[in-house]
Design a protein around this ligand. Structure first.
Ligand code: ZN
Ligand code: ZN
Length: 417
């Protein structure tokens, strides 16, 4: 019986992978330019890290985690996100003793047991960026500036930056109570999940997709009407720094994060490319996360971008596949050993060269070169070889020229690279 991949687990095939390389390489280049360093964290962690770091009363922890017991009886979970692990690593290795400010990024797969649908997978890839150890609003703006710069470098257009302030430990509870009071009057309109959320975490009702819930919450009190003077000052500064960086933004008072450790600045980027509205990424400040994980308190801010979404938004007219520079069509058994030596040298030079291993006819080799989209074909017959020359054919212009075997590698390097 043929074994297939698990539902929601996706292969990224060679003709797609060029786009992934492009996105990942651009991320590394941009982030390192902003002084960020990569951190690689395990895919498997203790379940507790996520139940404490993300929060028990969340969809992720309640129903989307891949959790199992290992042979020693430990409850382990495939990471559903990266922030908690990165914070754990910062604490575990006491990165703050070297320098309290840690600017980190991480690229890799995450796992959530969600209903698979087009563009959504159970193993999905994220680029995660976090700054630990700075409370200053300047870093909020810096992270946002870097994000927008990265998205533009990748080729995304018509981006809209939305920001909001969610308040802090001191002012958020008051908002929560007001929201609860307001929504209690509309409880009959809420779905079953939201009726429960009304008691456990009313802020999460903002994220509910059910239409009647969205209607109920439409004129709910706005979080930024409740923020304390400190939070207001922080938010004003973030706006000032964004403006100083020349970044346009709009205020979105309906942007609310359901998790308690989110504080102050929240942001989202929407792309209006291709005539439709796509949320590309979101992030924000979470000054209360570390308190959930241990005794060490530290502010944090970051964002996560789904790579699948990003790849689907890449400019359609750009070429990401790496085609062979050269196909070598060798004729006759005598030439094969020569061709083998040439191709080895070409590969050492970084020239992508292909050949026919089977000694097929010239016609069939040319067909294959065409199919592989090789830019040039080097035709080498026994006669040519004896005369010390070969024919180089440009597959695009269909023009041919005779080139000397002497210094062949040099000639090809100049022409192809
Ligand atoms: Zn506050
Ligand atoms: Zn609902």
């Amino acid at each position: 019986m043929e074994i297939k991949a698990i539902r929601g687990f996706n292969d990224i095939l060679p003709d797609e992978v060029g786009k992934w390389h492009f996105v990942e390489e651009t991320a590394r280049e941009v982030f390192e330019g902003f002084g960020f360093s990569e951190i690689r964290i395990p895919i498997l962690e203790r379940t507790e890290l996520f139940s404490r770091g993300i929060g028990e009363a969340t969809d992720i922890v309640e129903k989307e985690m891949y959790t199992f017991t290992d042979r020693s009886g430990n409850s382990l979970t495939l990471r559903p996100e990266a922030t908690a692990s990165m914070a754990r690593a910062y604490l575990e290795h006491q990165l703050y003793t070297f320098d309290p400010v840690a600017k980190l990024y991480c690229i890799g797969p995450m796992f959530r047991y969600e209903r698979p649908q087009k563009g959504r997978y159970r193993q999905f890839y994220q680029i995660d960026v976090e700054v630990f150890g700075v409370e200053n609003p300047m870093v909020d703006a810096e992270v946002i500036v870097m994000l927008i710069h990265f998205l533009r470098r990748v080729g995304l257009e018509k981006l809209e930056l939305q920001i909001n302030s969610l308040g802090c430990r001191d002012c958020r509870p008051r908002y929560r109570e007001e929201l609860k009071k307001f929504l209690k009057q509309k409880a009959f309109q809420l779905c079953e999940d939201c009726q429960r959320r009304l008691e456990t975490n009313p802020l999460r009702i903002f994220d509910c997709k059910v239409e009647t819930c969205q209607e109920a919450i439409a004129d709910a009190p706005k979080v930024n009407d409740f923020i304390c003077p400190e939070c207001q000052k922080h938010f004003d500064k973030v706006r000032e720094y964004l403006e100083a960086a020349g970044l346009a933004y709009i205020l979105n008072p309906r942007m609310v994060r359901g998790l308690d450790y989110y504080t102050r600045t929240a942001f989202e980027v929407v792309s209006y490319q291709l005539g439709s509205q796509n949320a590309v990424t979101g992030g924000g400040r979470y000054d209360n996360l570390f308190g959930e994980l241990g005794d060490f308190d530290s502010p944090g801010i970051g964002f996560a971008i789904g790579i699948e979404r990003l790849v689907s938004l890449l400019p359609k007219d750009r070429e990401f596949v790496q085609y062979p520079h050269l196909f070598i069509a060798a004729l006759g058994v005598e030439t094969l050993i020569e061709v083998y030596q040439i191709i080895n040298q070409l590969h050492l030079e970084g020239i992508r060269a292909e050949l026919d291993y089977e000694g097929k006819s010239l016609k069939s080799q040319m067909r294959r070169a065409d199919k592989l989209k090789a830019r040039y074909v080097l035709i080498l017959g026994e006669n040519e070889l004896k005369q010390g020359k070969a024919v180089l054919r440009n597959m695009e212009t269909k023009s041919q020229e005779e080139i000397s075997m002497e210094g062949l590698i040099d000639i090809l390097r100049k022409k192809l690279l």
